[in-house]
Design a protein around this ligand. Structure first.
Ligand code: AGP
Length: 617
């Protein structure tokens, strides 16, 4: 959940490393640090509690020269956010400097051993223990840094992505990974190298990148090809250089005040890009190579088990309604963190679908490994190309949402639902659950969704007005039925994570079994009341709340006249099939939480205590 970045080459390292940290800040942002080594081997290390902007202020009052640098933006796990615990950390000799993303679980045992050997520690972090362990191994074995790192890591339990160098050697960096991502950018003729948690810090410098796999270590030396080794047996690994397809424009705000607002407005294009080459409505077909190549598995599946976390889990819940309704395949939706430790029963013909925007969420990755170890076919739905989950699953489909930088997931959610809708429709038709005419009608309707989202985004200012009324509400409830129950959960999560207002989502009928006790004139209740989704039942739920003075914000289908009479505020969405309505109903909920958070002065793109990808459990 931290961001690491590094540069080694002929350019000034400072601007590259500090800009890289700013691009990675969405990963974690409670403290930051940078170390630079100049031509005279002077080591300048600056680190501070707070944001990368605070670090810049400190560094730019001092010497920032040098063509070698390491940077880190932190999300605390071991040791509170403060100056001492922020990275980089140096070894007792001062020669080795390290940045680390992950958790060393057995750091305490190692620390105790090192203390007996006279090592001292300035911080409470597991990372400082690791750099001193590497120093001790290097000393004991009188070996090169690469070897010392490899040997030290065989004694480590936990997750890590590290970059480390010896300040006395200005042409070499060692990086290693287990569980946390590392990308290496290769400059022309190996004259410069970039290291980062993802490729965004170096896309304007090179399009050639290597993604390290788990249990791999790379020795990066100027003027020479990268050498990759397996950590457990030092065996040689072939270097697989990939061409990056990302561009700078994609990772900048494009004139919007926040990445979240930009990403909300990118959804029509993101859904269209996710359709591209897959939804051929005029031909009446859905083409998905990764599903077509495994179609027998899908058609003979006894059960689909979906594993995910957070917003991706909500997309999984929408998929449960899609697969059971359209393809009549039983589905179970599992929190990956619970699934991985529950010793779940997985049968031969079960399919596991793992959903993840970042492709790096530790609990989901572990759930995948568990499912594979029990013989299940695991299909991934991911947004980040080359991510760990994309490489760990047997097969999968990418959501083409483009980089999602705002911590609150928006376009990834709608594109995840888009992929899952395409798969459910395809299987439903192939299994004969959907007649060709119904199937073709659905494809035509799905084709209209991007334009309907585009149209819906025009109500942004209406939502802003409603937000202004409820921005100081202490609590909020979200209600939905059927396909829109998961959307209610997602709406509540969005409000919680960016405005810090306590909010809960519920199946509308559940109200009577407890939550209705919360209703009074101070409780805003967002209700999704689309025409085709158990409408009459939802209307009576709305009346139950109104009769207790609750404030109703209703999401209704355009032209609704009934709810209009009861609710305090109505937000109209275009009509569509109920199965596709989550792609529309979620938009006003994203905008509502966004505007409330902005009006409360919250950091919308980097909410407190959160990080974009949770790479530790
Ligand atoms: C959603 O807005 C949050 N950022 C969080 O719940 C997120 O969905 C969760 O951490 C899962 O992330 P993933 O999709 O990258 O696996």
């Amino acid at each position: 959940m931290c961001g690491i970045t590094s540069y080694l080459g002929y350019r000034d390292a400072y601007p590259i490393v500090i800009n890289g940290l700013q691009r990675l800040e969405y990963r974690g942002y409670d403290s930051a640090g940078i170390v630079l080594v100049d031509d005279e081997h002077n080591v300048n290390l600056y680190k501070t509690k707070g944001k990368v902007s605070d670090l810049k202020e400190i560094a730019e009052k001092n010497n920032t020269s040098g063509c070698m640098g390491l940077g880190h933006t932190r999300w605390a796990t071991h040791g509170i956010p403060n100056n001492e615990n922020s990275h980089p950390h140096t070894s007792n000799s001062g020669n080795l400097v390290i940045v680390h993303n992950g958790i060393i679980e057995n750091y305490d045992t190692i620390k105790k051993e090192l203390l007996t050997r006279g090592y001292t520690f300035k911080s409470d972090t597991d990372t400082e223990v690791l750099v001193n362990l590497i120093e001790e191994v290097k000393k004991q074995n009188n070996c090169k840094l690469g070897k010392a790192v490899q040997m030290a890591l065989t004694n480590v339990v936990g997750a890590y992505a590290i970059a480390i160098f010896d300040v006395t050697k200005k042409d070499e960096i060692i990086v290693a990974r287990l569980g946390s991502p590392i990308a290496i950018g290769i400059g022309e003729d190996n004259k410069e190298f970039f290291v980062a948690s993802d490729a965004s810090p170096f896309i304007e410098y090179t399009k050639d990148a290597v993604y390290l796999d788990d249990e791999e270590l790379a020795i990066i030396k100027l003027g020479r090809d990268i050498r990759i080794r397996k950590i457990n047996d030092d065996s040689v690994v072939e270097t697989n250089v990939q061409e990056l397809k990302l561009n700078l424009e994609q990772i900048e705000k494009g004139g919007y005040e926040h990445f979240m607002l930009k990403e909300i407005h990118e959804q029509p294009k993101a859904i269209l890009d996710t359709y591209r080459g897959r939804l051929l409505a005029d031909k009446g077909i859905i083409k998905m190579g990764s599903v077509d190549n495994n179609i027998a598995k899908f058609l003979n599946a006894n059960r689909i088990i979906i594993v995910a976390c957070g917003t991706s889990w909500h997309a999984g819940l929408v998929a449960e309604y899609l697969f059971e309704d359209l393809a009549r395949i039983p589905v179970e939706v599992e929190y990956a963190s619970e699934f991985r430790y529950r010793n779940p029963v997985i049968n031969k013909n079960d399919i596991v679908i793992a959903i993840s925007q970042s492709g790096e969420t530790a609990d989901t990755l572990a759930a995948i490994k568990l499912a594979k170890s029990k013989g299940a076919f695991v299909f991934g739905v991911c947004n980040v190309v080359g991510s760990s989950i994309a490489r760990e699953t047997h097969s999968g489909a990418y959501t083409h949402a483009g980089p999602e930088i705002g911590v609150a997931s928006t376009k990834a959610f709608t594109t995840q639902i888009t992929i899952l809708t395409l798969i459910a429709l395809k299987l439903g038709n192939l299994k004969g659950e959907l007649s060709n005419s119904v199937f073709h009608h659905y494809l035509q309707e799905l084709n209209l969704i991007p334009a309907k989202v585009e149209n819906l985004l025009k109500i942004n200012s209406e939502i802003e007005n409603i937000a202004a009324i409820y921005k100081d509400a202490p609590n909020c409830l979200y209600l939905g039925r059927g396909y829109n129950f998961p959307v209610a959960l997602e709406g509540a999560l969005k409000l919680k994570e960016i405005s810090y207002i306590h909010a809960e989502g519920y199946p509308a009928a559940e109200m009577k079994h407890g939550p209705i006790a919360l209703i009074d004139e101070f409780m805003p209740v967002v209700v999704i009341a689309t025409k085709k989704g158990h409408y009459d039942k939802v209307v009576s739920n709305i009346q139950e709340i109104k009769s207790r003075n609750g404030k109703i914000i209703a999401i209704v289908t355009k032209g609704d006249t009934t709810v209009k009479e009861i609710a305090d505020h109505i937000i109209e969405i275009p009509e569509t099939e109920e199965a596709f309505s989550p792609l529309l109903t979620t938009i006003p909920l994203q905008l509502l939480s966004y505007h409330i958070a902005v009006m409360r002065g919250c950091n919308v793109d980097q909410p407190r205590n959160l990080a974009k990808s949770v790479t530790v459990e």
